[in-house]
Design a protein around this ligand. Structure first.
Ligand code: EPU
Length: 427
């Protein structure tokens, strides 16, 4: 397990400027669908740059339960998945409760067995997260889907190509329906698909395995079904843009200097644009991206709207809220993806921030200082944001909810310390 994975909280001494380089992990939100997609391939696949985070460990549990053989060398970041031995079409009962992304096994199980049983996900810490597009998309390709006793039970003889348009862009549903379409009989056309780099890399992986997906990177995919997939051998997980964004914002918020690498600029277009608009000095270097923060007191207020890629990611909304909490003037953040994802605002008020939330929008009046207190994160990104708040608050801040943080950030505390932060784990 990554260091500190059993900790329940951290105590942070505020007022330290973060300085140094951060090696960026493989993307959690790419690793999860890639692992699920490997169930479609009845041969061993090797993944490189796999992040050592709790959610990946949960996906490994799910796949192992289904009968896949997995060898994970955490130190080498390498994982071999052999799904030739798949035996069950029933995901373990509590899998989806532990992690919503477990739902990704639905289409692969249907394709392999003609039947699948997966728990129906409940609400999550930042509001309702429906799966109607996943189910409607699979139905459109011929599956019959029944929801009863808290479980999704789906059946299919073989997926049939069809046309399906998503009502709005969805990372998970796009990947789910594509996983069904690659082995369907005939051609499938999907409109209004998600464009996130994590989606693109999963589709490219499927193509490397013999799928015929056209239009990757555009709103419309045309997928010609094939009979079987073969192992592409090795596949490298792309770097985690949300982790990189978190460290860049932490650097800016502490008025420090942080370089994240590797990280292509193209993965964070709107984030870089918005930071620059606020007056943060951010540039691309030979190694990656570098932020050279002026103190937030010298930055300008901005308006941020979260949107599907290439827009500003909702997964960096809590973190930028913390940065703007100390920027003089009025900033505004609207989350169009998860309008109720603002629990952190209440916690930030305990630290002295002036934030009001109404109808999916946070109105922020910058204050000159935050002061330490005890706060609690209720999800992964909010907890990371509260740690950043602790870094800039005067005195000591205790952030509880650390168990959420290890779901998606590898060695968060180790990396913080390497940047000069004074952090103590609480158990
Ligand atoms: N939506 C529906 N119906 C559906 C699916 C989605 O209405 O069937 C709505 C959602 O409620 C949301 C929007 O569509 O308003 C987009 O949701 P999306 O399906 O794209 O989200 P997801 O696939 O469930 C992934 C990430 C999340 C990230 C969102 C948005 C993974 C494993 N999770 O979730 O990551 O917030 O995309 O970018 O990829 C995180 O890493 O902390 C995290 C929560």
């Amino acid at each position: 397990m990554p260091s500190g994975s059993e900790a329940r909280g951290v105590k942070i001494r505020g007022g330290v400027r973060l300085e140094g380089g951060v090696p960026i992990q493989g993307a959690k939100n790419a690793a999860l669908p890639l692992l699920a997609a490997s169930l479609l391939i009845p041969e061993p696949v090797i993944f490189e740059n796999v992040p050592s985070v709790r959610d990946v460990a949960v996906m490994v549990e799910v796949l192992t339960h289904l009968g896949a053989r997995i060898a994970w060398d955490r130190a080498a970041r390498r994982m071999e998945v052999d799904a030739s031995s798949l035996q069950h079409f029933e995901a373990p009962q509590d899998a989806v409760r532990k992690m919503r992304a477990s739902i990704y096994v639905l289409a692969p199980l249907l394709a392999r067995f003609g039947e699948a049983r997966v728990g129906y996900p409940g609400g999550c810490a930042f509001g309702p997260r429906p799966i109607d597009f996943h189910l409607r998309g699979l139905e459109r390709l011929g599956a019959s889907v029944d929801v009863a006793f808290g479980e999704i039970h789906a059946r299919i003889r073989r997926f049939q190509g069809n046309h399906f348009a998503f009502d709005r862009k969805s990372v998970g549903a796009t990947i789910q329906v594509v996983m069904a379409a690659v082995l369907a009989e005939g051609t499938t056309v999907l409109d209004n698909v998600a464009l996130e780099p994590e989606v693109a890399t999963t589709l490219e992986f499927l193509n490397a395995a013999g799928a015929r997906i056209e239009g990757i990177g555009t709103d419309r995919l045309v997928i010609h079904g094939v009979k079987t997939l073969q192992s592409p051998g090795k596949w490298t997980v792309i770097p985690d843009r949300i982790e990189a964004g978190t460290w860049l914002i932490a650097g800016a918020a502490t008025g420090g200097e942080v370089t994240v690498s590797p990280m292509p600029k193209a993965f964070l277009p709107t984030v870089l644009e918005k930071l620059a608009e606020a007056g943060v000095d951010i540039r691309e270097t030979a190694e990656g991206l570098n932020v050279h923060g002026a103190s937030p007191q010298h930055l300008r207020p901005i308006r941020v709207v979260t949107e599907p890629f290439p827009g500003f990611p909702t997964d960096l909304q809590p973190q930028i809220t913390v940065l703007l909490a100390r920027v003089p003037g009025s900033s505004r953040i609207r989350d169009t993806i998860y309008p109720t994802r603002f629990h952190h605002a209440e916690e930030l008020r305990r630290l002295g921030a002036r934030i009001e939330v109404e109808d999916g929008t946070a109105w922020i009046e910058g204050v000159p200082r935050l002061t330490g207190a005890e706060v609690e994160g209720r999800d992964l990104r909010a907890t990371a944001a509260l740690v950043i708040a602790g870094l800039v608050a005067e005195g000591e801040t205790v952030v509880r909810g650390f168990e959420h943080l290890v779901r998606g950030y590898e060695d968060f505390v180790g990396k913080l310390r390497a940047l000069g932060a004074e952090v103590e784990l609480l158990f």
